[in-house]
Design a protein around this ligand. Structure first.
Ligand code: ADP
Length: 395
């Protein structure tokens, strides 16, 4: 019984020699043996401590065993303690009845056989130890539960603080976005005036200017155009970031064919855009989807070496509840380290001298895809073309 808690055993007898004999016998069990030489002494003991079992002599002077057991049973604290009566008398039915109704669990006849006594007491020791272990487990669980509920409360507090901070941040972001939107918007008017006047000068007063001055005019014009397209991209991006984006079924096949036919930039000399198979309808926002596809197709045509005829293949596949549309080009390709980076705002991997652009196109595509419940990604190898994929929910 190593590692088990020690329990108390109460022995009650008014004869010193009997107490001593019991003590010696029980020593082998390795528990605390406590003596009481009368019924009163036994009652005092059960008042302040717990016992695994009480061995109680029936025939004692003064308060006898039966009376003592009755009083022990009457007290709340000691009610559960098992009592074994020790008696020198021959067991009669009447005596047995009295004993059992006073709360005895067993009888032992004197002279007491050591093995029998130890075997009986051992059962109660194990029972008490099991009860102590159970009690410890209950206490441990209660402690753990209260620790968990304390941690939960802390977590909840932190969560509330985080939610408040997020809401404040969101407010600031929205404010900044609407601020940058209105600045961008206001910048377009003077820019258009600059561009318009430069165009008029080019058309009407070009002959009176030196070739050097004509070149300056051209630079003003193309600079204004570049800035205008940058502002337009920023406006598109801000519009996507805030404001509602209603979603409805979109006929992808028709939309892509319209973009190829009507969108400026798709009719590049000898560019070949091919649709392979059927493109199933998707759920999205038609205006945002148009922008995404125009950006992806525009890039596919743009990022091709000058000596190569751009070829773009579009196909779609169903994946669960989604449609994945692939845009494969035969262009310059993208290095592995840039595959994720290119979707960031203002990221341009290739020199703007060779391939004009604002670096916003793909960030618009990503933002739009996310707001439509979709995703964008790319597979590519330098020099071997790129395969962009756009995943959208099926209509
Ligand atoms: P922009 O086209 O205005 O430069 P994007 O955001 O559309 O900006 O694209 C970011 C960068 O990703 C481009 O500058 C280019 O380096 C790279 N990229 C995008 N599409 C392709 C493509 N189809 N092939 C190769 N590189 C691409």
């Amino acid at each position: 019984m190593k590692g088990e808690p020690r329990v108390n055993i109460l022995i009650v007898d008014d004869e010193e020699s009997n107490l001593l004999a019991l003590e010696v016998t029980l020593e082998a069990l390795g528990q605390n043996v406590i003596r009481a030489d009368s019924g009163e002494a036994a009652l005092r003991q059960v008042l302040n401590q717990d016992f695994a079992v009480i061995l109680l002599d029936v025939q004692m002077a003064g308060m006898n065993g039966i009376e003592t057991a009755t009083l022990i049973r009457e007290r709340e604290r000691s009610r559960h303690i098992p009592i074994i009566f020790l008696t020198g008398m021959v067991k009669t039915d009447e005596m047995m009845f009295k004993g059992y109704s006073a709360g005895a669990v067993d009888y032992l006849m004197k002279p007491i056989l050591t093995d029998v006594l130890c075997a009986k007491v051992e059962v109660f020791i194990e029972l008490a130890q099991a009860r102590i272990r159970l009690q410890e487990q209950v206490e441990e669980r209660t402690r753990a539960a209260s620790e968990i509920s304390k941690l939960n409360a802390e977590l909840e507090q932190k969560n509330t603080a985080l939610l408040e901070r997020t809401a404040k941040l969101q407010e600031t972001v929205t404010e900044l976005e609407s601020y940058s939107y209105s600045i961008s918007h206001d910048m377009r008017a003077p820019l258009r005036a600059m561009q318009g006047y430069a165009d008029i000068l080019t058309q009407e007063a070009c002959d009176g200017l030196t070739p050097e001055h004509q070149a300056y005019l051209k630079k003003i014009s193309s600079g204004a155009r570049r800035l205008d397209s940058l502002i337009q991209d920023i406006l598109n991006y801000s519009r996507l970031s805030s404001g509602p984006l209603p979603l409805q079924p979109v006929d992808l096949d028709r939309l892509i064919r319209d973009i190829i036919e009507q969108y400026p930039g798709m009719q590049v000399a000898d560019a070949a855009i091919r649709i392979e198979g059927e493109l199933p309808p998707v759920r999205g926002n038609e205006a945002s989807l148009t922008q995404c596809i125009a950006n992806l197709l525009g890039n596919a045509i743009k990022f091709t070496p000058p000596d190569r005829k751009p070829e773009v293949a579009i196909r779609a596949e169903r994946e669960g509840n989604d449609v994945v549309v692939w845009f494969a080009d035969n262009g310059i390709g993208i290095a592995p380290r840039d595959l994720e980076r290119i979707f960031g705002i203002f990221v341009k991997v290739h020199s703007p001298e060779t391939y004009a652009g604002t670096g916003i196109g793909l960030s618009i595509v990503r933002k739009a895809a996310e707001r439509m419940g979709g995703k964008i990604g790319v597979e590519s190898e330098l020099g071997k073309g790129s395969r962009f994929w756009l995943r959208l929910p099926r209509a």
